[in-house]
Design a protein around this ligand. Structure first.
Ligand SMILES: Nc1ncnc2c1ncn2[C@@H]1O[C@H](COP(=O)(O)OP(=O)(O)OP(=O)(O)O)[C@@H](O)[C@H]1O
Ligand SMILES: [Mg+2]
Length: 235
């Protein structure tokens, strides 16, 4: 479904990705794990068209995305929940959700997508008129995911959804990610530093170290891998 091939990205003279390749299969949950600065966010931002690759390619459903602008990539069904959530703090929950549907003209479709978001996150429905900046961290993450769902994704990319969220809510968010994948068959590419949780809910995983993929495999197998355990799973 998504294929990243030999992707290299630099910030000026500094190389952030040194030729990474991976595939995400339709209907799966794939995860990219790695420490601070490994290049996880850079990978997602390049797939989304927010950064330009120095070399390599990104294809989605057979189409080359590498040179497309971000809005055309979203229009093809590839939606991105950025690190740090980036919701519009001064807008209400309702308005934030509407922003997620900005490319959508079909009113009935928008209404259906809203109902779907509320079925996943009932709490958002209770807080429609609340200013988004006053939501709790976990609620803001729900809103960021809900907003991306309003874009009608075939593939949803999530950048560290557990970051800065109370431990109790983290498991809720991860359960919701699985629900989104199972109920609507939306393919998920998850980026996480929380390798334990990411490996628990994903089918397949890639380990990124300083801009290179150093290990990959079925998530249950990686969870049992001693090398990975020592480096990422707290022994
Ligand atoms: N705008 C930028 N200018 C220069 N260097 C950058 C920029 N953004 C990221 N980098 C560098 O690129 C490398 C990869 O960064 P990236 O944000 O992709 O890592 P990450 O895996 O998402 O890390 P984290 O887990 O901390 O979010 C890092 O060395 C970082 O310092
Ligand atoms: Mg990051």
């Amino acid at each position: 479904m998504l294929e990243v091939k030999d992707l290299s990205v630099s910030y000026g003279a500094i190389s952030a990705l040194g030729g990474i390749s991976f595939k995400v299969e339709p209907g799966s949950i794939a995860t990219l794990i790695g420490a601070n600065g490994a290049g996880k966010t850079t990978t997602l931002r390049t797939i989304s068209g927010l950064l330009r690759a120095k070399s390599g390619s990104v294809t989605f459903g057979g189409a080359d995305l590498t040179k497309l602008p971000p809005h055309q990539i979203v229009a093809r069904g590839l939606c991105h929940v950025p690190e740090g959530r980036m919701i519009f703090s001064n807008l209400t929950v309702d308005e934030n959700l509407s922003m997620g549907a900005y490319l959508q003209k079909d009113k009935e479709r928008i209404a259906r997508d809203r109902d779907y978001v509320f079925s996943i996150f009932p709490r958002l429905k209770e807080r429609l008129t609340q200013q988004a900046g006053t939501l709790s961290g976990g609620e803001q993450q729900m809103l960021a995911i809900g907003r991306a769902l309003m874009g009608g994704p075939k593939l949803l990319m999530l950048d560290e959804p557990s970051l800065g969220i109370a431990p109790k809510l983290i498991s809720t968010i991860f359960e919701k990610i699985v629900e989104i994948n199972r109920s609507h068959g939306i393919t998920i590419l998850l980026v996480e530093q929380n390798a334990n949780l990411a490996l628990e809910i994903s089918n397949y995983a890639f380990v990124l170290e300083t801009g290179r993929i150093v290990m990959q495999g079925q998530s249950p197998e990686l969870r049992a891998n001693p090398e990975l355990k020592a480096a990422y799973l707290g022994g």
